[in-house]
Design a protein. Structure first.
Length: 354
């Protein structure tokens, strides 16, 4: 059985050594559920699919929600875990079984927390959003998502990364007239029409905005180009896929309008293919302020999208905080400094015991 009260570094290794690729989290969920039932007290514990939920009802003034996903990307010949030069290596060490281990250890060892606690260990975060276990919990057990502040244990190298960017993906298409390339004047080259699109992207000046002391920098980028028929054909269709990462003070509607404004006047069609709203940091809320103080003010904006946006949509201030470098997630040499794990436990213990 997992030892929740022992060394959280060893607990991380034990979690990592139980493979849990997305949709195959059942064994790890079983182990987490069994350990929580055997080694914690005062928690209501519920199983939902391959997610494990636990919460206290001590009638404290505030409720803190700790959330972590149990799944990993596919293993890349990087199991079992091993330690080397102060780092723990293995699939999921950074993203995010070290974060899970910190939360599980604190659930078992903070006997009289200053806040009521909710813990959510969920499945299928690393794949399509429709399969995300947190979304399923929101649909089936919505009252479990009530909290004054939510902490998602994604790797942040010990910083509090507040809120997150929104993301918008669009396909910008141009059409023309197909012709033989030896008689190019008879055609209308769709690829050439994308030149103006690329020019505007290259000249784009990204906005930076400060919210609650966190600076979010936006980015509008081409991420894919499609077009061409054959080596001797003027193409009659071409497209460029564009990704807009926008600050959380914009809604999806605002972001879409901004993209249309950027490409206004061009002979192209714009189709939205994906969108997700960002999350405001909400650090002015009392429970979040206390978290920032416990972290010694080590706060920065979150670049990228995470599940904190789901909590923000419910009006719950949410941050990312966990051991490990996010730049090492999903790599063959994924690893976490063991000192990060110890430091995360110490910081959250101060906050939860305040």
């Amino acid at each position: 059985m997992l030892d929740l009260r022992g060394d959280p570094i060893e607990l991380t290794a034990a979690l990592v050594d139980i493979p849990s690729e997305s949709r195959n989290e059942a064994r790890l969920a079983d182990e987490v559920e069994s350990a929580l039932r055997a080694q914690t007290s005062g928690f209501e514990i519920v199983r939902n699919g391959n997610a494990v939920l636990a919460r206290t009802q001590r009638h404290r003034a505030a409720r803190v929600l700790l959330a972590g996903h149990l799944d990993t990307v596919p293993v890349a010949e990087n199991l079992p875990s091993h330690r080397e030069n102060g780092d723990l290596y293995g699939c999921g060490t950074a993203d995010m079984k070290s974060g899970d281990a910190v939360f599980l250890h604190l659930a078992a060892t903070v006997v009289e927390p200053a806040h009521d606690l909710t813990l959510l260990f969920y499945d299928c975060e690393e794949i399509d959003a429709a399969s995300n276990g947190l979304g399923r919990i929101q649909r089936e057990l919505p009252n479990w998502l009530s909290a004054d502040v939510a902490i998602l244990g994604e790797p942040t190298a010990g910083y509090i990364e507040a809120g997150c960017q929104g993301t918008l993906r669009l396909v910008i298409s141009a059409t023309g007239t197909r012709a033989h390339s030896a008689r190019s004047w008879l055609g209308d080259n769709a690829i050439h029409k994308l030149a103006n699109v690329l020019d505007r992207l290259a000249a784009y000046s990204a906005r930076s905005v400060e919210i609650d002391g966190c600076v979010y920098r936006e980015g509008l980028s081409a991420v894919r180009i499609d077009g061409g028929v054959a080596g001797n054909v003027i193409p009659d269709a071409a497209s460029v896929t564009v990704n807009f990462r926008f600050a959380p003070d914009r809604s999806v509607t605002d972001a879409l309008q901004h993209v249309h404004d950027v490409f206004d006047g061009l002979d192209v069609q714009i189709e939205q293919t994906d969108a997700a709203a960002g999350a405001l940091p909400g650090l002015s809320q009392p429970a979040a302020k206390a978290l920032v103080e416990a972290a010694g003010g080590r706060v920065r904006a979150k670049y990228g999208w995470t599940d904190v946006a789901r909590f923000a949509a419910l009006g719950i201030p949410a941050v990312n905080f966990g051991p490990g470098d996010p730049n090492l997630a999903h790599r063959r040499d994924e690893r976490v400094p063991v000192a990060n794990i110890t430091a995360a436990v110490e910081m959250l213990r101060r906050y939860l015991s305040a």
